[in-house]
Design a protein around this ligand. Structure first.
Ligand code: FMN
Length: 429
């Protein structure tokens, strides 16, 4: 971010009382009526802001009922620029919103006469069994959200036995994250325009135990995130504590790249000349599973299969890269069709409810990733917040699976959803 004026206090929360009041009012106005009891937290939050730590006055964790409620609280406690970094999309952020809103294009068809007394939400990916189909997707720079950063997320993943995909631009080294997780984590990697660097980070991640490398292909250098730009201007702190040299360049900052010569990198998230042959080069380096993250078309999915990918992630980076106005749930059917069951298809973007998870599974996803919601939990309650977010999703997924008559993930099929368009033709003839 720019170098704003004024000191930045230590600790998880660094914002002025005035900014906090404004933000709280905006956040609370956006909350559903059901969440109004959270408004009781406002006076406490303000007093705690004066004392320098609004997190201390957050409402009890158990009073937060829905994943979306964490967002309002995160907005209240995070510095404007950090919240803006997390929330931002491109242009008007409409792809961010549509990623979630598009789930309401789908309705769920519930079957009544199915025995759900034996129940299992587990999924198997690359031979490993996970208790739910939810995973923590790659989110960079988590120290911007909580002092324990990725370590808190990893501990939450450990306690809930959830799959974690670590960002290549994480604030914490992969070895430390794997230790906190107590098990290997998938490593997300950005391609750079110096393949030696890409190879070196893949090799380092695999030495740290990563069984899968998720190579992200949806982040051409030079994206313009307007919401972030505005938030940075509204932020009045001095940020030299973390932004050494005011650098935002992941390859020059992130621990994954420490000790690697990055002097020739000019495009740090994706070379302009990325072509299918790049997948062959990566495939030749990756010893474990190769996951390609950021696929939104059937053609590209077919290319990934042809070039040796072990899985693809339907993702538009949470609407942060291009304002396509195309949600990931809309992209899923063509990607799933192109993959034809040969490799797993994962999906992220806009998953905010258990019903969203259910719909993605019905349209062919093997698992779904969450980005921003893990940050909301992390920024507010640290490890416990991420755990609570995972728990809410699991509770909601369990509920809709039971209601829909789907006792396990395999039983959730295309026939369990209809589009609103189909539903609108409910009167035959
Ligand atoms: C703050 C933030 C940082 C992110 N960093 C990365 C990253 O380093 N690598 C990556 O592949 N995706 C990154 N993503 C994208 C997520 O992995 C995921 O695709 C997206 O957040 C899913 O959408 P959701 O936020 O609506 O759940 C990031 C997302 C956010 C919000």
């Amino acid at each position: 971010m720019n170098r704003p004026r004024g000191p930045m206090p230590a600790g998880p929360v660094h914002r002025g009382r005035r900014a906090l009041v404004q933000s709280l009012l905006r956040s609370l106005a956006a909350l559903p009526v059901a969440a109004l009891p959270l408004a009781a937290a406002v006076p406490r939050l303000l007093r705690a802001a004066d004392a320098g730590d609004p997190c201390a006055a957050l409402p009890p964790l158990e009073s937060v009922l829905a994943v979306a409620e964490f967002e309002a609280l995160a907005k209240a406690v995070l510095p404007p620029a950090h919240f803006g970094y997390m929330a931002t999309g491109v242009d008007d952020d409409r792809t961010v919103a549509w990623n979630h809103d598009a789930f309401s294009l789908l309705e769920i068809r519930a079957s009544r006469f199915v025995d759900v007394s034996r129940f299992d939400m587990g999924v198997t990916l690359f031979g490993t069994r996970w208790p739910t189909p939810l995973y923590l997707s790659a989110v960079s720079s988590q120290r911007a959200f909580h002092p324990e950063a990725e370590l808190a997320a990893a501990r939450a993943a450990a306690s809930r036995q959830a799959l974690m995909m670590l960002s290549g631009f994480s604030s914490t080294a992969p070895e430390d994250v794997a230790a906190a997780r107590g098990a290997p984590v998938w490593q997300q990697v950005y391609p750079t325009d110096d393949f030696d660097v890409t190879r070196a980070v893949i090799e380092r991640a695999e030495r740290a135990g990563a069984p899968a490398i998720a190579i992200t292909v949806d982040n051409r250098s030079g994206r313009y995130n307007e919401t972030l730009q505005r938030a940075m201007r509204a932020d009045t702190r001095t940020c030299t504590q973390c932004h050494v040299g005011n650098s935002h360049d992941g390859v020059r900052k992130a621990p994954l790249y420490a000790g690697i010569d990055v002097s020739r990198v000019t495009e740090s998230t994706q070379p302009s000349n990325l072509r299918p042959a790049f997948l062959d080069r990566v495939r030749a380096v990756v010893k474990g599973r190769l996951v390609v993250k950021g696929i939104v078309t059937g053609e590209d999915a077919a290319t990934c299969v042809r070039h040796g990918a072990d899985a693809v992630v339907v993702s538009n980076h949470g609407g942060r890269d291009e304002e396509s106005l195309r949600s990931t749930i809309e992209c899923l059917p063509e990607v799933a069709k192109a993959c034809g069951g040969r490799i797993p298809v994962l999906l992220d973007g806009g998953i905010r409810r258990g019903t969203d998870v259910f719909k993605a599974l019905a349209l062919g996803a093997s698992a779904v990733g969450i980005g921003r919601p893990q940050v909301w939990g992390l920024a507010t309650y640290g490890q416990a917040g991420v755990e609570a977010v995972l728990d809410i999703y699991a509770r909601e997924l369990r509920s809709i699976m039971r209601q829909a008559g789907t006792p396990d993930v395999a039983s959730i099929t295309r026939s369990h959803v209809v589009t609103r368009e189909q539903a609108a033709r409910f009167l035959p003839g």
